[in-house]
Design a protein around this ligand. Structure first.
Ligand code: UFG
Length: 328
C-alpha cells in the first residue's frame, strides 16, 4: 500500500510544492488545510481534508482515516509585520495549533514529524552567518512562536518518542517551473511577488522598506532559496526519519545574501522591464542581514539545491506570475 503523509498547509505556497514532490517520490500527500490563506486549487497531488488544527476531533478523524506514516507541518501564520502588531494571533495560531497537532500525532502513533521553522528564530545577529548552532534570539512574535514549537517538539521527543526534523527556512522564492502551483498570497507582502506586480503595472510601485541599514547599499540582505529545492529537502528529511536516523535540525538556504536593491536589479534583468520603486521607512521586526552558512543539509541529507540561484528563482516566479495565480 502506498504510504500517506499528512501535510498541514498543503494548500499554501510551500506546502503545495511539497505535495508535488511527495507525489513524485511515490507518497500520497493528504492535505489538511482550513483555506484561511491557502487555495483549494493548489491541492492537486492528493486528497484534501478541510479542517482547523484547533479542532482535535477533526484531526483524530483524519489520522484514523488515512493512517499517515508521517506529518509535514507547514500550516502557520508567517508574516513578520503582522506578528508585531498582533502577537496573540501568532501564539494562538502557531503555538496552540501546533500543540494540538503534535498531541494528535502522538495519540495516533504517527511519530515521524517534519516541522517548518524559520531563520526568523535567530533575530538580528549583526550579520553573523547563521547555522544550526547559532543561538536563537527572535526579534518578532513570528520567530518567537516558531522557536516555541521547536522547544515543544523536543519535549514530546522525550515524553512520547516523537522523531522530528526541523527545517529553518531562509527566504523562500520561485515557483514550480511547470507553473502548476506557485506563490499567491492575499494580501501579498513578500518582496518578489510585489515587485513582479509593480513591473506588471498591477501596483503603482514597490516600496523599499529601509535604505539606512548597515549593509553596503543600505537595504536588507536576505538569503533566497527556491521553493522546489525546499520541497526536495522535505522528502529527504522524511526518508532520513524513516531510516531511523533520529531527530535533527537543518537550515535551508542558498548560502548567498542579496540586498533588496540587488533583487530589484535582477528582476529588471530577468523581465527586461523597469521596476517602479519608492523608498520608505524600515518595517518593524526586520533584521538587517539573514544569511545561512550551513552545509548540514547537504552533508547529512544529500540535499543539492538545483534552482536556488537568484535569476532562476525570479524567472520561475515571473512565469507563474504571468500564468495568473489562483482565483483570478
Ligand atoms: N521588502 C521591501 N518591500 C516590500 C516587501 C519586502 O523592501 O514591499 C523587504 C523586507 O524589508 C525584507 C525583504 O524585502 O528585507 C524580504 O521581505 P519579505 O517580506 O519578502 O520576507 P521576510 O524576510 O519578511 O519574511 C520571509 C518569510 C518569513 C521568514 C523570513 C525569514 O515571510 O516567514 O522570510 O527572513 F521568516
Amino acid at each position: 500500500m502506498t504510504d500517506h503523509v499528512l501535510v498541514t498547509g498543503g494548500a499554501g505556497y510551500i506546502g503545495s510544492h511539497a505535495c508535488k514532490a511527495l507525489k513524485a517520490a511515490g507518497y500520497v500527500p493528504v492535505t489538511f488545510d482550513n483555506l484561511s490563506t491557502g487555495w483549494r486549487e493548489a491541492v492537486k497531488f492528493g486528497p484534501f481534508e478541510e479542517g482547523c488544527l484547533t479542532d482535535r476531533a477533526r484531526l483524530d478523524e483524519v489520522f484514523a482515516r488515512w493512517k499517515p506514516v508521517a506529518v509535514m507541518h507547514f500550516a502557520a501564520l508567517s508574516l513578520v509585520g503582522e506578528s508585531m502588531k498582533d502577537p496573540g494571533k501568532y501564539w494562538r495560531g502557531n503555538v496552540l495549533a501546533s500543540l494540538n497537532l503534535i498531541e494528535a500525532a502522538c495519540a495516533a502513533g504517527c511519530l515521524d514529524f517534519i516541522f517548518s521553522s524559520t531563520c526568523a528564530t535567530y533575530g538580528d545577529q549583526d550579520g553573523v552567518i547563521l547555522d544550526e548552532t547559532t543561538r536563537q534570539a527572535p526579534i518578532n512574535a513570528y520567530g518567537a512562536s516558531k522557536r516555541a514549537i521547536e522547544d515543544m517538539l523536543a519535549d514530546f521527543a522525550g515524553s512520547h518518542g516523537l522523531r522530528h526534523v526541523i527545517f529553518r527556512y531562509f527566504n523562500v522564492a520561485g515557483a514550480d517551473p511547470e507553473a502548476e502551483v506557485g506563490e499567491f498570497h492575499q494580501p501579498e507582502t513578500h518582496l518578489i511577488p510585489l515587485m513582479l506586480d509593480a513591473i506588471d503595472g498591477k501596483r503603482p510601485a514597490l516600496t523599499i522598506f529601509g535604505t539606512d541599514y548597515p549593509t553596503p547599499d543600505g537595504t536588507c540582505i536576505r538569503d533566497y532559496v527556491h521553493v522546489c529545492d525546499l520541497a526536495d529537502a522535505h522528502v529527504l528529511g522524511l526518508e532520513w526519519l524513516r531510516a531511523g536516523k533520529g531527530s535533527s535540525v537543518f537550515c535551508l538556504g542558498s548560502g548567498k545574501g542579496f540586498s533588496v536593491r540587488e533583487v530589484i536589479d535582477q528582476s529588471a534583468a530577468v523581465t527586461n522591464r523597469a521596476v517602479p520603486i519608492t523608498e520608505g521607512a524600515r518595517r518593524p521586526g526586520d533584521a538587517a542581514v539573514l544569511v545561512s552558512g550551513s552545509t548540514r543539509a547537504e552533508r547529512d541529507l544529500g540535499w543539492r539545491p538545483k534552482r536556488s540561484d537568484l535569476r532562476t528563482m525570479i524567472a520561475d516566479a515571473w512565469r507563474w506570475h504571468q500564468a495568473g495565480g489562483y482565483g483570478r
